[in-house]
Design a protein around this ligand. Sequence first.
Ligand SMILES: C[S@@+](CC[C@H](N)C(=O)[O-])C[C@H]1O[C@@H](n2cnc3c(N)ncnc32)[C@H](O)[C@@H]1O
Length: 492
Amino acid sequence: MGFIRCIVRKLKETGINQNMQKVSKGAEIELFVEKLAFGGKAVARLDGFVVFLDRAVPGQTVRARIGKKKKNYAEGRVVEILSQSDHYTPPECPHFGTCGGCHWQDISYDHQLYWKRNHVIECLSHIAGVSEADVQPIVASPEQFRYRNKMEFTFSAKRWLLADELECSFDREELFALGLHVRGFFDKVFNIGECLLESPAAAGILKKARELAKKSGLPAYSIRNHDGFWRFLVVRETKRTGQMLVHLITSAESNAEKAVDSFSSRLIADFPEITTFIHSVSDSKSQVAAGNSSRVLFGPRYIEEKLGDRTYRISANSFFQTNSLAAELLYDTVREFADFKGTEDVWDLYCGTGSIGIYVASLVKKVTGIEIVPDAISDAYENCRLNNVRNCSFMAGDLKEMIKIAAQAGRPDVIIADPPRAGMHPKVLKTLLEVAPKRIIAVSCNPASLARDAALLLDSYEIKAIRPFDLFPQTPHVECVMRLDKRMTDIG
Ligand SMILES: C[S@@+](CC[C@H](N)C(=O)[O-])C[C@H]1O[C@@H](n2cnc3c(N)ncnc32)[C@H](O)[C@@H]1O
């Protein structure tokens, strides 16, 4: 099956009792790390009893402290590495371990890719009966660091203190934070110096923004008390056109307009890379970096990225693949798998800003895109205009209703579906089977939901190709493109 063979350490020889009582909360035990589980945790066993480790590299022997013990497994934390793995690589980021992102950064890139493909095989074989040979080699990301075109930072009035700061006392201003979430804590933010997934310019903007917001005297928003002003800073940048969009999200404050204007003009003066600055106000209690109302303080409201020979307009709230260079390889595969002849009527489901549909538009008769975010649909039309594409139309709304409306107008030859992590809604899958396109190209960021959706199609469709992609190096995430063709007996 291609999994690393399970090697259970001879615990007797190392003086550790094999008795399962040893795996109890608080116990420290020696473990050999065998593999990485889907989702990213490392797996070790003590006489067959599974212990999930939050951060460890296959091939390491570690001393781990058991945190939680359930009937069939336990969870532990590595306290010491007793022998190193060939797959270990020193993490480049000083925030590794504290930060909630990139927790595979100490695993060599080749080995990350090995496990990502394995997770696709694992999900698809268990749920959809696919064999290992059906899963093609994984496509690596062109960049392993600095690949992200979007970073979302959170303001906090009470920054997370690092171990060597715990004994110190700080005044209010020194506790002001703008950074990323601490691993495992949605409500804790630490001040990040530089994130190695973003460009150096974005890191500079972050530092300056923190400084300016702190100096304003206005407080950071507290998610416990739901008061305070500064909430989020989102930095979006393009890889091919060198444009940057800064999106500041604050709460409503009657006298704060001047502070925001000064914040934006100082930031723009220091960073000529910024081509658009947007301020949004949010009164939502949930931690979502979007606003109820927005005003453009500088620039044209959007940035434009190029993928292949297409140009895409990205506005503050619209979805765009975060790794532009790898997304281009993904879209090329959609085009390759679809194998268009020029006569096809295509549906681009969960189309976002219409990126995939527009990418393939010149190869087909027409494209109908469906997407729930109305702003993304406006961007999609703008993207058509920008690219001189005239055979695409878009519908805004929830797919589980919109797909029925689309089906009343006609049947597609090919469906491209790129749903969010949860996969396709059962009502979408039902209509998809009713309209019975000759080919479905499923794009997915979650092999488990892809497997579940594919399994429901297998009576009528045959899986012809599966190609995994790494769009998120240093993290456990894996993307897939799957081609499903209608079974011959079903065509009629
Ligand atoms: C993974 S993104 C794909 C976007 C696009 N295909 C691309 O490559 O840029 C998923 C998209 O599905 C949209 N979406 C989520 N739930 C939806 C629903 N119930 N109906 C329609 N669209 C939905 C999201 O807004 C998002 O744009």
